[in-house]
Design a protein around this ligand. Structure first.
Ligand SMILES: [Zn+2]
Length: 113
């Protein structure tokens, strides 16, 4: 790598630059702004933005399914990352403060080996 290409003039401290300013009304969820292209927490892969048709979120009040959203997906291990906006939406839908479009039945079963 050439020394001339190193970005060293940023006035923002890197360790504080990604702190979320989203107001958090529920302390149970870790809030972070998702900036795609960072390294996965679990492997050497890179988290990439991916548009998904639907994604199921587990909330303590039940499952919430969001459709046509963009999430972060590691290109190595496939671990999924969600933005604070998505987690807020899931919480608000689950607690009844945000309207939703419809409900679907979810199959439930015990599996014996
Ligand atoms: Zn990974």
């Amino acid at each position: 790598m050439l020394a001339g290409s190193v970005r060293s003039t940023s006035p923002v401290s890197p360790s504080r630059g990604t702190v979320s300013t989203v107001p958090c009304r529920f302390p149970c969820v870790i809030i972070r702004i998702v900036l795609y292209g960072y390294q996965c927490e679990y492997c050497e892969g890179t988290v990439r933005p991916k548009k998904v048709k639907r994604e199921a979120f587990k909330h303590k009040k039940g499952f919430i399914i969001l459709e046509d959203i963009v999430i972060g997906v590691c290109d190595e291990c496939g671990n999924r990352y969600y933005s604070a906006d998505l987690l807020h939406a899931v919480h608000e839908i689950a607690t009844g403060t945000k309207p939703f479009e419809r409900t679907e039945k979810i199959p439930v079963a015990h599996v014996s080996r």
